[in-house]
Design a binder for this molecule. Structure first.
Ligand SMILES: Nc1nc2c(ncn2[C@@H]2O[C@H](COP(=O)(O)OP(=O)(O)O)[C@@H](O)[C@H]2O)c(=O)[nH]1
Ligand SMILES: [Mg+2]
Length: 353
């Protein structure tokens, strides 16, 4: 038997080519069908079939006398196959280890990398380091998601996260963006649940006064109803919260339960995470807030670090879309919509490959 490979944009077309060449499909035995990238980086289908050496040589126009050559070729194929069975190509093992290490060092979880690699273990992508790397980057690009800004309906946005990550600053930036910078200015109100910490209310009040935006302090869950009633008619209600402490969490849970019980409020919860955070800390924070449905992540302090791999790994492994990116302290300038290009560019510039 001789093995032959056919490549086409999809498996069906690849079969068609094979069928055309051999006249009848019953002469072929399908050995493998994989998706690979061609030189231009486009996904193509590659099928490998085996045919009798007689059919093979007929198909390339050799007559029977030349069949001896065919037998030699067949023997060679068998020897190659046996070699592959004994040990996979050592070069590909080296590439795989190399890429695994690069990705792991950059912050992606081992289990996640293994899962991705497992999906392609039968593939010749593994035989080429560049192809393998681009395959993995493609996979990351695929898993990474961005949440588009949609202000078409009125909503409440609550920012949660640890103390000092930039929640209050981001609330001020978002308020300025929605109230002053959009094509259609929105009616924005601020609600402050961070009432325990000294100076927390004043910090946001400073911006609220500047922008002439309503800013209401809520100290007890029971007050929320009155506050929401007062804020009826606003397009966006931004809710600033305290960082994490058992006290605040209890209060936050009650507040959320209350808001949900009212049924009529569309609340979006954004986890604010600093790009400088270490993976273990991010996981802790995420677990701490796991009682909430987190709609998106807002990434802050992008200006303070070049290394975002750990945060990146966390986001793709937990399927959390990114909504905004903050790259400085200035209100409202240092806030932008998240984009996959920007995030991938930053991650790839870290890879140095
Ligand atoms: N470099 C930098 N600093 C930021 C950014 N966002 C917020 N900050 C600063 O981080 C500190 C804490 O911010 P704050 O909004 O009070 O955090 P909160 O405790 O989560 O409300 C302040 O000094 C902010 O100016 C950012 O994107 N980059
Ligand atoms: Mg704050």
């Amino acid at each position: 038997m001789v093995e032959e490979t056919f490549v086409a944009p999809n498996p069906r077309e690849a079969f068609e080519i094979a069928k055309e060449k051999y006249g009848h499909f019953s002469k072929l035995k399908l050995l493998k069908a994989v998706q690979v990238k061609d030189e231009a980086g486009k996904l193509v289908s590659r099928i490998t079939v085996s045919v009798s050496s007689k059919d093979f040589f007929e198909s390339i126009g050799l007559d029977e006398e030349e069949e001896l050559v065919g037998e030699i070729v067949e023997l060679k194929t068998q020897i190659e196959n046996m070699k592959n069975l004994v040990s996979p190509a050592p070069a590909s093992q080296k590439y795989i280890e190399n890429i695994k290490n690069i990705m792991f060092e950059k912050g992606l979880g081992k289990a996640w990398i293994d899962k991705i690699l497992k999906g392609i273990s039968e593939d010749t992508v593994l035989e080429d380091e560049q192809l393998l790397l681009s395959y993995i980057l493609d996979e990351i690009d695929d898993k990474l998601s961005v949440k588009a800004e949609d202000m078409s309906q009125s909503k409440m946005m609550m920012l949660i996260g640890s103390t000092g990550v930039g929640k209050t600053t981001t609330v001020a930036k978002l308020a300025a963006r929605y109230a002053l910078l959009l094509d259609r200015p929105l009616r924005v109100a601020l609600v402050n649940l961070d009432t325990f910490r000294v100076g927390a209310y004043e910090q946001l009040e400073h911006y609220a006064v500047q922008m002439q935006i309503e800013h209401i302090k809520v100290e007890r869950v029971e007050e929320f109803e009155t506050v929401l009633f007062e804020l009826e008619g606003y397009d966006v209600i931004l809710i600033d919260t305290a960082g994490i402490s058992p006290y605040d969490t209890g209060k936050l849970i009650k507040t959320i339960e209350f808001l949900q019980s009212t049924g009529k409020h569309n609340i979006e919860t954004s986890l604010v995470v600093s790009a400088t955070a270490k993976r273990d800390d991010i996981v802790d924070i995420y677990e701490h807030f796991s009682f909430l449905d987190i709609d998106s992540a807002i990434l802050t302090k992008f200006d303070e670090t070049k290394k975002i791999g750990e945060l990146f790994g966390f986001l793709i492994e937990n399927d959390i879309p990114v909504s905004y990116i903050s790259s400085g302290q200035s209100v409202p300038d240092d806030l932008e919509l998240a984009s996959k290009e920007k995030l991938m560019d930053r991650f790839m510039s870290e890879l140095n490959v």
